[in-house]
Design a protein around this ligand. Structure first.
Ligand SMILES: Nc1nc2c(c(=O)[nH]1)N[C@H]1C(S)=C(S)[C@@H](COP(=O)(O)O)O[C@H]1N2
Ligand SMILES: [Mo]
Length: 252
């Protein structure tokens, strides 16, 4: 994507921004280099752009902190979820054997994968944190299939820019850029600590990204779509989304 050296960007004046006019300058530069997040309009727009562009330039490949086993939270906090649908309960009573993840859009080959299909790909385990914007956090061991393993196996088309992803819960969908979609710590999680991923934490399958706030880690994942546009899939701009008004890019 946007190959631009740190030095060049600094030279261009990005880091000497301060105050509102500085933000506007930064926004202009970010636009020139294609680093504008989809919720860049409105009064917080320049700030959103500054955060996103800065993260993408200076820490595009950075890893979220991983902790030692002794730091795993004894009492991880599962945020409350709405009552689950009959469809969900039916899948649950079949121990999720019929749970499917469909992978579609700008991939050379689309696919519909069961949990056991996912488990045939290389897996990853990481001890990382979930941070909620409401002020709590916990550390757990997350085990799953890195999303990039699936996307690379299917072949991402060169024009791909974003990933839109959906829960079985109708209002829970979100989108991320391809940097986060292909990041080594972005996992399709199917196990946590010592067992299968509990339903309260998004089981049987959750898209988990430790580099962003908890609300981006959608539970009960059923569908991912690789695309060149997130138009219509930006929670920050959609009054029907539970994440309406929250930053699209919630990097931590
Ligand atoms: N499908 C779905 N995904 C969801 C939510 C939800 O209600 N439904 N809540 C989100 C919010 S606001 C947060 S902070 C985290 C909470 O994750 P936890 O339950 O593991 O603490 O999940 C996110 N993913
Ligand atoms: Mo949250």
């Amino acid at each position: 994507m946007n190959k631009i050296s740190r030095r060049k960007f600094v030279k261009a004046g990005f880091t000497v921004t301060a105050g509102v006019s500085g933000l506007a300058v930064a926004a202009k530069l970010a636009k020139r280099y294609g680093l504008v997040p989809p919720d860049s309009g409105g009064i917080y727009g320049p700030g959103e752009t500054l955060t996103y562009a800065a993260h993408r330039i200076f820490s595009r490949h950075s890893l979220a902190r991983e902790f030692s086993r002794s730091m795993i939270s004894k009492d991880p906090f599962a945020n409350s979820i709405a009552p689950l649908s009959d469809d969900f309960k039916r899948l649950q009573s079949g121990r999720f054997a019929d749970w499917r993840l469909s992978v579609e859009g700008m991939v050379a080959q689309s696919a519909t994968l069961s949990l056991s299909d996912l488990k045939t790909l290389p897996m990853r385990s990481q001890i990382t944190e979930v941070v909620c914007e409401e002020g709590w956090s916990y550390i757990a061991e997350w085990i799953g299939t890195p999303l990039h393993e699936v996307l690379k196996a299917l072949g991402v088309l060169p024009q791909a820019r974003y990933l839109v992803y959906f829960s079985i819960e109708p209002d829970w969908w979100d989108s991320i850029d391809m940097d986060d979609a292909l990041h080594p710590q972005t996992l399709l999680v199917w196990a946590m600590n010592n067992g299968d991923l509990p339903v309260s934490f998004g089981g049987p399958l959750r898209l988990y990204l430790p580099r962003q706030l908890g609300y981006k880690s959608v539970k009960f994942l059923t569908r991912v779509r690789v695309t060149d546009s997130v138009k219509g899939f930006v929670p920050a701009l959609d009054p029907n989304s539970p994440n309406y008004g929250y930053s699209w890019y919630a990097g931590i």
